[in-house]
Design a protein around this ligand. Sequence first.
Ligand code: NDP
Length: 400
Amino acid sequence: MGKALIIGCGGVASVAIHKCCQNSEAFEEICIASRTKSKCDALKAKLDGGKTKITTAQVDANKVEELVALIEKFRPDVVLNLALPYQDLTIMDACLATKTHYVDTANYEPEDTAKFEYKWQWAYRERYEKAGITALLGSGFDPGVTGVFSAYALKHHFDEINYIDILDCNAGDHGYPFATNFNPEINIREVSAKGSYWEDGKWVETEPMEIKRVYNFPEIGPKDMYLLHHEELESLGINIPGIRRIRFFMTFGQSYLTHLKCLENVGMTSIEPIEFEGKKIVPLQFLKAVLPDPASLGPRTKGKTNIGCIFKGKKDGKDKTYYLYNVCDHQECYKEVGSQAISYTTGVPAMIGAMLVMNGTWKGPGVKNIEEFDPDPFMDALNKWGLPWKESFHPEMVDE
Ligand code: NDP
């Protein structure tokens, strides 16, 4: 039994909070704190009446002193950061000042440079070790479950993993010509950046969407997918011994890509502030304001997601391939928690990571990526809390 402070009350947080309330045996009490308190209050009103006690608070997570005051008042066992990647460091600072465990789902990204990497958060390692607290980085699906899958494959199926392909397929259709399934600003920054993959100890860079493959996804069928840079490549490249290459592919439909290209061409995806009618605005933030709110896609989105990892390596001296994946249905998620599958597949692992750190199943002071912990309790919890995984020992490979 424990207390969690959840920061942010958007798409992912809403699912994680529903799941904490379903899991009241672990989450005795939660405080939902975000920039817009009315959203926290609305969610509390929806979920009140169960066994988990819910309180709400207003907080600006860019301000360490506000976070410290809130943590000191609520005294949580863990802080679950489901705000935006820009707030990671201030929330980590507040956890350090109050000696409280920290969990997030996305690595820090400075607002002005669209470059996400772990170096800023890894720089806290020694301070977290000294304080005797744990920071669990990247407890969503990708990063998150993909790291747990990698640790599980290594523990149970391989002596050595040499190749990992992470495949993220969203075959959901929301009926809009263009919309993003999670925060549009974060999503567009990610997909309009150069691609890269990790090979033989170094990064190989590609132009955005330069590498395309078609993959026949179980329970979905063939889809176009494109190689992207993705944050878990950085930590898995270090934490999986014997690795030679890791790549990340995500599916995109033609309509999405055509719209994105057009928006890019006219400058709407830029993060450079421009002067507009005497005021400075960031084009991408303006675009976010006119696009559908990802939270509103829930009732409209039909179809499934399939996210997983294909491993190739050696077991007992022989070559071996193995595919671990989860299939999630948008409409089923909506029926259960009122959100589509993208928020669901991130919110469930966020709850599980917070639970395992909070109840001490995963312990060890320092700043850790998810694949550094024993994957088994997480894999069991995925089956229990709505993201059952499937495995295949003879998967279709990406390059065959
Ligand atoms: P949303 O935009 O829906 O929600 C973000 C929330 O954070 C909002 O409630 C927002 O408040 C709040 N927030 C923003 N700035 C502040 C601030 N300064 N202080 C307090 N609260 C703030 O995003 P999502 O729910 O889609 O995404 C949440 C996180 O999950 C992101 O970091 C995203 O990168 C990550 N993610 C990870 C995935 C994975 O698989 N690992 C997949 C998808 C997302 P307000 O309501 O006022 O705007």
